[in-house]
Design a protein around this ligand. Structure first.
Ligand SMILES: Nc1ncnc2c1ncn2[C@@H]1O[C@H](COP(=O)(O)OP(=O)(O)OP(=O)(O)O)[C@@H](O)[C@H]1O
Ligand SMILES: O=C(O)c1ccc[n+]([C@@H]2O[C@H](COP(=O)([O-])O)[C@@H](O)[C@H]2O)c1
Length: 264
């Protein structure tokens, strides 16, 4: 068994419901880190981390339903689901979770994954600027989302990715964190294993690094899916709605079977 520090990445979210962009983000991180983990003989774990309820949201769907949909969405993938936050009394704060994870895995490389809309709001999170005392951040652009259902999109996406200037994205991260931005995700796999000796025993002496990933993802949000499902319910048109292109088919079937989101 490998004794080298593991690499553990977590995509935090409400997953209400989990959609294709969530899986794309987690899978992209997994695919990027796989060769590094293999070369260094390190365990790699990429998990979806559903919150009991986001501090920014007033309500959420029953955690049991969200967990069931996540379990369906990750079948046939190497991804995992962490229930660390799911059964706590809401709101659950990310800073508390990353402290717990750092305590649990003092020597491992820990990465928290988020979209740029979340990153922009970090100053409003509880101790949001302190997250990088415990974890690295992997941030995906959200304004660059594309419609993956369009024909010939592969070439367009590749061209788009190579031609765009991503420097403007750096300014979207809170100013206090911009000095921690790195251009390579490999930096996020450096174990931060020099623990502080005195005042903050969980805290690493090194600051986490921040990687901004310009990769376009599917243009979708859970809000959009909930809205579309509600429209389907309130119209006589009972055709399978456009949401099917954003959801794993088993998740869509689960939503229909359990009549979720009909009264959102
Ligand atoms: N299409 C997307 N592109 C980039 N990041 C995304 C995308 N969808 C979700 N994320 C990110 O994934 C994380 C978890 O998202 P969350 O579960 O809140 O989904 P959401 O689609 O933003 O939901 P809602 O519309 O209910 O707010 C957040 O950090 C969010 O920024
Ligand atoms: O800790 C906070 O103060 C905080 C405030 C807003 C959001 N978050 C986390 O950010 C992730 C995405 O949240 P949301 O609101 O998009 O569902 C999820 O893991 C939340 O727990 C965390």
């Amino acid at each position: 068994m490998s004794t080298a520090p593991a690499i553990r990445a977590y995509l935090g979210g409400s997953f209400n419901p989990v959609h294709n962009s969530h899986i794309q983000m987690a899978m992209h991180v997994f695919d990027c880190l796989t060769p590094i983990a293999a070369e260094q003989q390190r365990v790699l774990q990429v998990s979806l981390l559903p919150n009991a309820r986001s501090p920014f949201k007033e309500q959420s769907l029953d955690p049991a339903h969200r967990l069931a949909m996540l379990t369906l969405a990750i079948q046939d993938t190497p991804l995992q689901v962490s229930e660390l936050e799911l059964w706590q009394s809401p709101p659950v704060y990310t800073i508390d979770s990353v402290r717990t994870l750092r305590k649990r895995y003092p020597n491992d490389s820990l990465i928290f994954i988020m979209g740029m809309d979340s990153a922009r709001s970090l100053e409003q999170w509880k101790d949001g600027l302190q997250l990088t005392d415990y974890v690295h951040l992997w941030i995906f652009d959200r304004d660059n989302n594309v419609d993956y259902s369009l024909e010939n999109n592969t070439n367009n996406i590749t061209q788009h990715l190579s031609s765009q200037n991503i420097a403007h994205l750096y300014n979207e991260v809170p100013a206090a964190l911009q000095g921690q931005i790195t251009h390579t995700p490999t930096d996020l796999t450096q174990p931060l294993n020099e623990l502080s000796e005195t005042s903050q025993p969980l805290k690493n002496t090194a600051q986490g690094r921040i990687y901004i990933d310009p990769r376009p993802l599917t243009a979708v949000s859970s809000t959009q899916i909930r809205q579309q499902l509600q429209i389907c319910n309130t119209t006589t048109d009972n055709q399978p709605s456009s949401v099917t292109k954003w959801l794993n088919p088993t998740v869509y079937r689960y939503i229909i079977t359990h009549q979720l989101y009909s009264a959102v």
